[in-house]
Write a protein that binds this ligand. Sequence first.
Ligand SMILES: [Mg+2]
Length: 381
Amino acid sequence: MKIARIETFLAPPRWMFVRVETGEGVFGWGEPVVEGRAEPVRAAVEVLAEYLVGQDPLRIEDHWQVMTKGGFYRGGPVLSSAVAGLDQALWDIKGKTYGQPVHQLLGGPVRERIRAYAWVGGDEPSEVRDAVSAQVEAGFTAVKMNGSGRMTPLATREEVRACLLRAETAREVLGDERDFALDFHGRVSPANARRLLPLLAEYTPLFVEEPALSEHMHAVPDLVNASNIPIALGERLFTRREFLAPLQAGVAVVQPDISHAGGISELRRIAALAEMYGAHIAPHCPLGPVALAASLQVAFTTPNFLIQEQSIGIHYNKDAELLDYVADREPFRFVGGSLLRTERPGLGVDIDEAAVRAADARGHAWRNPVWRHEDGSFAEW
Ligand SMILES: [Mg+2]
């Protein structure tokens, strides 16, 4: 079996798909993208395709080694995301070739359902009550929301209260038997995080995410010890090596993105590393159906899996959404806030190729919003 052709497709709202086709007619899908930087990832996939075309698609680990190490300069979000999408597509091909779901090839299932959380925007505290209620009615047992909007480097009392109000409101709506997580999104300075974390503890969030930017990793040990709230991070980390420091610092939850952190192959290794520290994985996934399907395959076979992010109904996605690109929605039907295991081969997702090709004809040029403080200076989004 040989790889015959590799195509990429830009797809609104801000995604990209890759389709890897073999000469034998088997094909696989992946999602290589960095949100807001899709074009450079597309170029990286095209360069990697020069190597892959003509190769045996089943030698995934060897290709992973060459793609990540076969250049003198390595790593970074663009290359790691290009590799991630191609890795997903190769696993899809392997599963379809053997007629098995990827999680069976990775050792078999350790659970039958994957608990997922739904997104509540959270940028506007006034909308939290209705938005959380809607997700409870949809059957979700957990939600995540932004912990704040734009925040000044040393928060005013009003900003602190607005953050606490979100948590208080979410807890009131959810009761004690459901969970909410707060995403600080790197918007909150380490000093603000140190102030907020102890005050939030009484609302018992599932975790607080990105209380510091990845470049402030040296602040993470302090933030882990600032309260009893479990700390989560990792959506902006790309290799297992980058996860070592936060795990050593005591984070409870790591959140690698299967489309950024080297795909299925590397996510498995990050999970194994986290297991050594008693930490769990909650894979980041505000992306499309292939990234979610690939995440689920890892979750079904990973003992230290906690909860899955997913983008259906997320506030970022305006022009299209996950279900627009699948021919069969059944694998993404939530039952009590969870997705159920199936024996569908490969990644277990049936991509609507015509919809993907039509989306690429429209394209997109999604860019990260740029926020400013009231004095005009740059603010983290
Ligand atoms: Mg996040």
